[in-house]
Design a protein. Structure first.
Length: 460
């Protein structure tokens, strides 16, 4: 171009009509590409800026926290909640009067008799959840790379954990095995088994020769617990809760009277003492209604497959005691086992409803109230991840199966869940925000003989 004084590019120079290649012709664009390819050492970049270079990129998670834990509280949600009321116990008629009978013509009227009554005493239990956040953590959490209002998030998740603790306490196992011999105040359990106890529980350690009771003072690491007094027992000795510091568990309630050691078995022909509930000493009780559940199906620690015969026996036993079983509660493993066993027979279906009962009343048929659930013989079947799984020699087996009449089960509430927080740094002696959640409640059962338990089950 006339008057064009800008420097020529390499491409323009190579394409100039005066420039000929070795074959005597003008240089083509293809020749230029070949030249560039052969001269790549002139254009190579061997030190690029990449994301992993120092100061270039910092991972930022953002402030949203997703909860990956299982926060289901099935059993607690299924039971009706009632006010504690003005009384701390109840009375139960547990024996008929014997003055009824036929009278022949001119015969004598039967002697009078009085019914027998049993007094039951219980007190509220107080699960507490405690959270704490330092001033430093709260301040930094609100900066750009912080979690965002650490106190708010701790409170949010503590609420979930509080109800989860209540559900767990209601489903603690009444007895577990020791993995080593017990000779002092330290009791070693199989992995995961210490989760069935809480500090303050009254424990009994039992083997074929003796029963020793103690108070659990400390839950330690490596599945060990510390008792207030020396306890002795052989390997595989059984540790059970004689009295709970927390909520009485369903497994404590759905139990049987044991007259002596060795009358029931876990995995090594070792017995365990009675799990007492409320103020009732099962061994001393004269009323069968407060000794035995309707059916306690065990197999001396030999795992067996859950069958419909086992379920039918439990249902029948409850009905023979005047109950109306309306809930089968177990772990998800046994729900799978039941579904597989009943698939061909079509007894296990999904067209039933479960209604939370209150005061002897329930909703009428046709009202859209309740849950659509799987059923067995018309009885609702629910799975709860907190139901105890049998552990034999440290190997996890199948979950317990409970067959229940929830008409006589309830959660008595003395104090609805309360929240309290404090930023009184002087009183606390530290620059931390404190908060707690606490509840006052107890699990009640007005008729133990209308509940049943099936265990010693294998995993499907």
């Amino acid at each position: 171009m006339v008057g064009d004084t800008r420097p020529k590019t390499i491409r323009e120079i190579l394409q100039d009509t005066k420039f000929r290649n070795k074959w005597g012709r003008k240089t083509s664009l293809e020749d230029i590409d070949l030249y560039n390819a052969s001269a790549d050492d002139l254009f190579k970049t061997d030190d690029p800026l990449i994301s992993s270079d120092t100061g270039v990129y910092t991972e930022t998670m953002g402030q949203k926290v997703w909860d990956s834990l299982n926060n289901q509280t099935v059993f607690y949600n299924l039971l009706r909640k009632v006010p504690w009321g003005t009384d701390n116990g109840w009375r139960v008629r547990n024996a008929r009067q014997t003055s009824s009978g036929p009278v022949s013509e001119d015969g004598s009227i039967p002697d009078s008799d009085v019914a027998a009554y049993k007094e039951v005493y219980s007190v509220p239990r107080w699960p507490v959840s405690h959270g704490e956040v330092s001033i430093q953590a709260q301040y930094l959490s609100n900066t750009r790379d912080g979690i965002g209002n650490a106190i708010g998030k701790e409170m949010e998740f503590q609420e979930l954990d509080h109800i989860k603790e209540i559900n767990k306490e209601m489903l603690l196992a009444s007895a577990v095995e020791c993995d080593t011999a017990v000779t002092n105040t330290t009791i070693s359990l199989y992995t995961g088994m210490l989760a069935n106890f809480r500090a303050g529980d009254t424990l009994a350690v039992v083997d074929d020769d003796s029963i020793n009771t103690a108070t659990l003072t400390t839950i330690g690491a490596s599945d060990t617990i510390t008792a207030s007094t020396t306890a002795t027992g052989d390997q595989y000795a059984v540790v059970c809760a004689q009295a709970r510091a927390g909520i009485t568990s369903l497994d404590d309630i759905v139990n049987v009277k044991l007259a002596a050691t060795g009358t029931r078995d876990l995995s090594h022909a070792v017995g365990w003492p009675d799990s007492d509930v409320w103020n009732i000493d099962r061994s001393a009780a004269t009323a069968a209604q407060y000794q035995d559940c309707a059916l306690y199906s065990a197999a001396s620690g030999t795992p067996r497959v859950l069958t419909t015969d086992l379920l039918d026996a439990a249902i029948r036993a409850i009905r023979e005691n005047g109950g109306k079983p309306d809930l089968i509660l177990t772990g998800w493993d046994q729900i799978d086992a039941l579904a597989n066993a009943e698939e061909s027979k079509q007894r296990f279906n999904i067209d039933g409803k479960f209604t939370v009962k209150r005061g002897g009343e329930s909703t009428l048929q046709g009202h859209q109230v309740g849950f659509d659930v799987a059923t067995y013989r018309g009885i609702a079947v629910f799975g709860d991840n907190d139901v105890y799984k049998l552990n034999i020699d440290g190997t996890e087996k199948g979950s317990i199966v409970y067959v229940l009449d929830t008409e006589s089960l309830e959660v008595a509430v003395a104090q609805q869940t309360q929240f309290y927080e404090s930023d009184n740094f002087i009183a606390a002696g530290k620059l931390n925000y404190d908060f707690i959640l606490y509840s006052g409640l107890e699990l009640r059962c007005y008729d133990i003989r209308k509940q049943a338990k099936i265990w010693d089950l294998s995993a499907p």
